[in-house]
Design a protein around this ligand. Structure first.
Ligand code: UD1
Length: 427
């Protein structure tokens, strides 16, 4: 298994280009299932999760054409031959987002067999809201041998199609909202999703669906209305910049006392993160598609609480724990989205951080320095927190199990190296 060796202590300086967003790319790839015509996506990041999703779609009968370019890949998906609406356990267990095929499959193929994701490192993460929503749209659902089986109802006109419905999710769920929004595109009648996720990735997906002929309004608010159409068509869509990758590089520069310029980045979707970095003493300037950050000599600690968008994202919590580990003062971090999402804390403590965990609250007392050590990555964003800590720590830090990072950060070592970090992959 690959490891990452970081020699810490150097400030990040220079420029890096931000990739297309993983969390937008995954649902957008699934949107191809909704039409017989080709869907072309540009600025697709080269990530293991994208490969996993493409492999899954290919297994279902989707033809895939991938061109490598300097600003991410261009991927064309042709789902005219969709003949196997099944997502097997082997795929879903490595990537929970595979659940995103459920809605589009039930909508277009009229049936779907998708493995339950099971537990994952950051908590139970059930998919009951996805199932509840599809059931409200008339799907006949059963759960058998670890698989969700969904079948669309027969309509009065004889067609097999989901029915539009009023949906309310018990909590804000991002992939739940995306799954139900995609399912509703081809349903008979109008669907209203209340308590919808407002994340920018939901909006990016809605924008593409509208270009494909869907009738959607309200994406970006907590009530999304979808008027079902009989069929959708192909289009070309550029994937939005990755706001979590952007935030991670900003944090890495902030923690190392650096100064960076991120191109192809959008500050509009990062208000909560930029606000906290400013509070910590960083100077940030945002332009239409770039962000510049200059860090102070030493950061001030910043307390935060994770919540659904537009509040502070749970996917940036680990990175801010790393920042706070070396900041001046004491920070209180509350995680309200996922239970068990503090696994990076014990690893940061191995590097010399002073962190106390009590339930969903972490109290981080900033220390003057961290010391390199061997640590283990436990999930994607936890790993990003450890990379930041490794860049700050004195001496060598070895991060084990970096396959988590390969799921979500395109060309991480290359980008960090170009910014002056000493980072090497050990195979
Ligand atoms: C998405 C993101 C992930 C991010 C998360 C929260 C993708 C591919 N992944 O994950 O990076 O960390 O949003 O911003 O976009 N829940 C239920 N039942 C459900 C659905 C969710 O109980 O049916 C709970 C979850 O366990 C969690 C909370 O709702 O506690 C929010 O989860 P959700 O927004 O669904 O996360 P994901 O969409 O899986």
């Amino acid at each position: 298994m690959d490891k990452l060796l970081i020699e810490g202590g150097l400030p990040l300086l220079g420029e890096a280009a931000i990739s297309g967003a993983k969390n937008a790319a995954l649902p957008l790839l699934c949107a191809a299932l909704l039409t017989r015509e080709p869907l072309t996506l540009t600025h697709v990041p080269r990530l293991n999760d994208v490969d996993t999703m493409l492999g899954l779609l290919e297994q279902m009968g989707v033809r895939i054409f991938r061109e490598t370019g300097s600003g991410g890949d261009t991927v064309t998906l042709d789902a005219s031959g969709l003949d196997n609406p099944v997502a097997p356990y082997e795929r879903v267990k490595t990537m929970r987002a595979a659940i995103l095929v459920l809605g589009p499959l039930a909508a277009r193929a009229g049936e779907a067999k998708v493995s339950l994701p099971g537990g994952c490192a950051i908590g139970a993460r059930p998919v009951d809201q996805h199932i509840k929503g599809l059931a409200a749209m008339g799907a006949e659902i059963s759960v058998l041998h670890g698989y969700i089986l969904a079948r669309a109802p027969r309509q009065k006109d004889g067609s097999v199609r989901l029915s539009g419905a009023r949906l309310f999710t018990d909590m804000v769920t991002v992939t739940g909202t995306e799954n139900l929004m995609m399912a509703a595109c081809l349903a008979a009648g109008e669907t209203v999703i209340e308590n919808a996720a407002r994340e920018p990735e939901v909006v990016d997906l809605a924008d593409c669906l509208v270009k494909m002929g869907a009738q959607i309004s309200g994406a970006g608010s907590d009530v999304i209305r979808i008027r079902g159409v009989a069929s959708m068509h192909g289009t070309t869509h550029r994937i939005m910049p990755d706001r979590i990758e952007t935030g991670t590089y900003l944090c890495a520069a902030a923690a190392t006392g650096g100064s960076i310029h991120l191109t192809g980045a959008s500050a509009g979707s990062l208000d909560a993160v930029i606000d906290k970095l400013t509070e910590s003493g960083c100077k940030i300037a945002a332009e239409a598609d770039s962000i510049t950050l200059a860090a102070p000599q030493r950061l001030a600690s910043v307390s935060l609480r994770t919540s659904p968008y537009p509040a502070f994202p749970t996917d940036m919590q680990a990175q801010f724990m790393a920042i706070n580990a070396v900041a001046e003062g004491t920070a209180v971090i509350r995680e309200t989205i996922f239970e068990n999402r503090f696994m990076h804390a014990v690893e940061l403590i191995r590097l010399g951080a002073d962190i106390k965990i009590d339930g969903n609250t972490a109290v981080v007392r900033g220390v003057a320095k961290l010391d390199g050590a061997t640590v283990m990555a436990t999930d994607l964003r936890a790993s990003a927190g450890l990379v930041i800590a490794g860049l700050v720590a004195e001496g060598e830090t070895v991060i084990e199990r970096i396959y988590h990072l390969d799921r979500g950060y395109e060309h991480l070592e290359q980008k960090l190296t170009a910014l002056g970090a000493r980072v090497r992959r050990l195979r």
